[in-house]
Design a protein around this ligand. Sequence first.
Ligand code: PRP
Ligand code: URA
Length: 216
Amino acid sequence: MTLQLRVYVPPHPLIKHWLGVARDASTPPPLFKSAMVELGRWLTYEAIRDWLPTEDIMLQTPLAPCPATMVNPDVQLVVVPILRAGLALLEGAQTLLPVASVYHLGLVRNEETLAASCYLNKLPKDFNPNTRVIITDPMLATGGSIMLAMAELTQRGIDPALVRIISVVAAPPALQKLSSGYPSLTLYTAMIDEGLNSKGYIVPGLGDAGDRSFGT
Ligand code: PRP
Ligand code: URA
């Protein structure tokens, strides 16, 4: 069986709405940040609906015994936000997954070469190979940052088939790199945009997601 990167663009009206708010150049930073938090929440909702392992149990209501389906308490769930811009998406994801462990990864692109480098790595030395990982990074542009994040995770024992990426806008160069490097991955994004401009920004995109989230 040939594996192929799975890319989902959920047709949820709230995802479309908050993407519109984020794209609008007149949106001020506090509202932009709120849009990112909401996108993190709704894209995570979509990403986990068929993905969280459950178990069937019997419990006791105040009135009678009753079957119930609960999230398996043994599941190892991790969120890896790519700083800075992935932090606002993390906030939304955490409203749904408050018990997930969070491991921060600080990556930055060189503005001239567009090469990504790591300035903060809070990942543990090894992960349990059954760990499920959500990576939050709103912008997948050249793909350098997300490929670096995937390399850091797989070096530590993470299975790409157990990774779901949450992004807001994804561009073809990043999708091509992910597809050839990690075909078993799954990506949830609010939109796939046309391409990049000469400075490596996604067009139409939404500008600099980190600066707009934090008002810098
Ligand atoms: C942005 C964005 C991604 C990266 C995508 O981060 O949040 O992590 O660029 O670009 P790429 O696909 O070409 O690597 P940036 O380096 O601007 O840092 P920031 O989040 O701190 O603003
Ligand atoms: N990083 C951003 O913040 N925006 C882009 O369009 C590309 C990379």
